[in-house]
Design a protein around this ligand. Structure first.
Ligand SMILES: CC(C)(COP(=O)(O)OP(=O)(O)OC[C@H]1O[C@@H](n2cnc3c(N)ncnc32)[C@H](O)[C@@H]1OP(=O)(O)O)[C@@H](O)C(=O)NCCC(=O)NCCS
Length: 174
């Protein structure tokens, strides 16, 4: 049975802003995270299309300033989340395969929500992959529309746009 990440590890988990030198390790983490976490909902071509879509657009802060948070323990990157603070969009949330289902996604999402509130945003939204819908529902997100499609190189990937209101001054965060 899986156990919560904080209760099983001796070294503390650290959340910090992503740095330029993290990029190649983060791309590897994202690829592995998708290969593992999406395998029951998306085929190989769809997983490749999802990875390439993120790989191409995630680290373009030069033109658009995003907030990118990474989780690391003993210098090992374990997950990342990215917020577009201009529109309150959750652009990415990935947990390394071995830790999926052990609470790190929730920790990163809570950190993004706190950041979004601090920036005065009233809601968080994002295009969610099919394997992650229950995770987001569990965290208070609801679908804004029906199922939609990401299309890349002729490969169709179903996704669902979801949103969550962010109560200002909410006490729900730990
Ligand atoms: C989706 C993802 C980010 C979730 O992170 P995670 O660390 O695996 O999820 P957590 O362990 O933090 O789950 C938090 C809660 O959601 C619940 N949950 C998570 N996934 C769930 C699922 N598929 N179905 C039902 N509940 C789920 C957990 O039971 C947990 O509940 P609790 O707080 O009551 O214990 C992670 O699995 C991942 O990286 N998947 C592959 C990449 C991906 O799909 N990213 C999202 C793109 S939109």
């Amino acid at each position: 049975m899986s156990r919560a990440i904080e209760s099983t590890e001796a070294a503390p988990l650290c959340l910090r802003r992503a740095r330029f030198e993290d990029v190649s390790a983060l791309l590897r983490l994202i690829e592995e995270s998708i290969e593992h976490g999406c395998r029951q909902h998306y085929g190989p071509a769809q997983r490749r299309a999802v990875f390439l879509t993120y790989a191409e657009s995630l680290f373009v802060d030069v033109v658009q300033p995003f907030d990118t948070i990474v989780a690391e323990r003993q210098r090992r990157l374990l997950g990342l989340a990215q917020l577009d603070p201009r529109v309150g969009r959750l652009r990415a949330l990935f947990v390394t395969p071995a830790l999926q289902g052990r609470g790190l996604g929730r920790i990163l999402l809570t950190a993004v929500e706190r950041l979004a509130r601090a920036r005065g945003l009233r809601a968080l939204e994002g295009a969610m992959s099919m394997n992650a819908l229950d995770f987001y529902r569990h965290a208070g997100f609801t679908p804004r529309r029906g199922q939609e499609q990401l299309v890349r190189g002729g490969v169709v990937v179903p996704i669902v746009d979801m949103a969550k209101p962010l109560a200002q001054g909410s006490t729900e965060d730990p």
